[in-house]
Ligand binder design. Structure first.
Ligand code: SAH
Length: 346
């Protein structure tokens, strides 16, 4: 195993078979060996600085029906909401005061927000906060919308590929949602000059180590600027409500592998990681993650953006408690930083 970890560090990639071997046989000692290297790779580029992004969950209406997701169209128990442009700007205003220089607008695929309307929202954020980056995360839209938003000033786009195995993709989504379409969206976003984030859930139903190896091979090829991964967590009102969650150990091991494979990438310690274990985010950072994304959504709607059971949103992951988060990161030797935190090759 150590030979494979050394090779990954040297060559920034492995074959699918080698990834399968690593993922199916690693011991806790192998993981510690990996984390020493992956942490060092992060620290040599970013020091002990952690970037923060303010997450604004601006709508939970969604036309999609992903079997794992709590805000899927068929979940009639979800209480739906959408923020007004004014409310979105107020979130940014609050976030700016707290030191955020990146705003992430995430939502369900809500076509009530037309391409033009979102472009207008992006322009008003960029006008009011010219020193801030705007990241979008609103799923699969026509390339013409992606272009409009880029022209309006959006800098980055998060679109997890969810799984790079088309057959597995078909087990997580209804037939109308196709792997090839999601992949094509990622390629469009790259072409349009966005800093692109992709990623996947760890431990999603029917996932095998071969699927995960395929995810790593896919990401090596895509060379995204950001990669978000987190454990799958069931949501009670979905078809996967009784499935077991993904594991912390496997998630942090994958963060370590991603850091060695894409050493300059921005890798968040995600909310899902913080939800499955109280020290999940710290464990992610100690495996090489360098971003956290506290929640900036208005308090009244936070509980409604419930992607999975017990999603945390009011403790240290809340933007208004960013100073508590800073203290926790200081306890493991890291500092939060006020910075746009753009991708750069070191
Ligand atoms: N509509 C946007 C945002 C989706 S929500 C889009 O399609 O990109 C953001 C991410 O949450 C998803 O990409 C998915 O990977 C993750 N997610 C959804 N349900 C989840 C669950 N039950 N457990 C863990 N992560 C989940």
């Amino acid at each position: 195993m150590r030979g494979l970890i050394d090779k990954l560090e040297r060559e920034r990639g492995l074959s699918k078979e080698e990834f399968v071997q690593l993922l199916s046989g690693f011991t806790p000692e192998d993981a510690d060996y990996l984390f020493e290297k992956s942490r060092a790779a992060a620290q040599s580029r970013f020091g002990r600085r952690i970037y923060i992004r303010g997450l604004i969950e601006f709508t939970n209406y969604c036309r999609c029906d992903c079997y794992y997701c709590g805000i899927r169209r068929s979940n009639l128990n979800a209480q739906r909401y959408r923020l007004t442009p004014e409310e979105i700007l107020e979130c940014c205003q609050e976030g700016y005061g707290l030191g955020f220089r990146t705003f992430v607008l995430q939502g369900g695929e809500d076509l009530t927000f037309s391409g033009q309307e979102l472009a207008q929202i992006i322009r008003s954020i960029k006008n009011a906060f010219p020193d801030c980056a705007v990241t979008l995360s609103e799923g699969e839209r026509p390339e013409s919308d992606y272009r409009l938003w880029r022209e309006a000033g959006a800098d980055r786009y998060l679109l997890r590929h969810e799984t790079a195995d088309p057959a597995h993709y078909g087990l997580l989504h209804p037939p109308a949602q196709r792997w090839e379409h999601r992949r094509d969206c990622l390629l469009s976003l790259k072409r349009l000059g966005y800093q692109v984030g992709s990623g996947f859930m760890v431990g999603s139903p029917f996932q095998t180590v071969e699927c995960l190896a395929q995810d790593l091979v896919f990401l090596r090829e895509l060379q995204p600027e950001m990669v978000g991964i987190g454990p799958f967590i069931p949501h009670k009102d979905t078809p996967f409500g009784n499935q077991p969650p993904g594991s912390l150990e496997q998630t942090v091991f994958l963060i370590g592998l991603l850091r060695l494979m894409l050493p300059d990438a921005l890798l968040p310690a995600t909310t899902a990681l913080g939800t499955i274990a109280p020290d999940g985010r710290e464990r992610g950072i100690l495996a090489g993650a360098n971003v956290v994304m506290p929640n900036l959504s208005p308090l009244g709607v936070r509980k409604k953006y419930m992607l999975y059971n017990d999603k945390i949103c009011t403790g240290e992951e809340a933007a208004e408690h960013v100073s508590q988060l800073a203290k926790r990161l200081e306890a493991i030797g890291y500092q939060l930083t006020v910075d746009r935190g753009d991708f750069k090759v070191h």
